[in-house]
Design a protein around this ligand. Sequence first.
Ligand code: F6R
Length: 248
Amino acid sequence: IGTVVYENSVIASKSVAKEIANLIREKQAQNEPCILGLATGSSPKSLYAELIRLHKEDGLSFKNVVSFNLDEYYPMEPDSINSYVRFMKELLFNHIDILPENIHIPDGTLSKKAIGDYCSEYEAKIEAAGGIDLQILGIGGNGHIGFNESGSLQNSKTRLVALDHITRVAASSDFSGLNNTPRTAITLGVKKIMEAKRVILMAWGEGKSNIIKASVEGTVTNQVPASFLQEHSNATFVLDQLAASKLT
Ligand code: F6R
């Protein structure tokens, strides 16, 4: 695992955006699609703002980008205020030239019995595209990646999961209270995250410093799913000074 520490999240996000832009342009030069794994939440917001800037001011095109989002709450309507579909549209997709047919976000509207097949198809689409070239991750206070909560196995598949209490508490202000906060979500499994050719996990602020230390320096354990990334050959944690402050 590599760690790179920047003075603040804005500078850090610019460097991640630059790496993504370089990869997109490299693939364009080879006439190939660029397969991006994308996250929601607060951590990638400044990354998406910078990608939009690169599109508008630097001519970066996303026409060869195929995206797969990590997760979506279940149940969730796509036009609901808290859906990850809406988040991605408002913070990124509506402002760039990605082709709508190249966007993939887990569907929060399925019937329960359709979810199993849907999740297998989601993974099959990633495989058919050639696998994820670059996966963007945030990290939960409990070490979750995607919504792979504590206890998720390293070979876990894309599936319906129960959200941890701590995850629901973190989300509860968005849903105006814990009672209205979803109890379940569909998440890409750990296995597909680990199969990504490149992984960048972003974390900002002191609140993340303990879990960053556990993920980077602690034992590899399914209690802290982000610690699995110690076994990835090309994973980097991009941190601000506060998130890195407990690293030795
Ligand atoms: C979001 C996701 C989650 C978040 C994590 C951190 O798609 O998969 O794992 O990355 O909960 O959230 P923030 O960035 O809001 O602290």
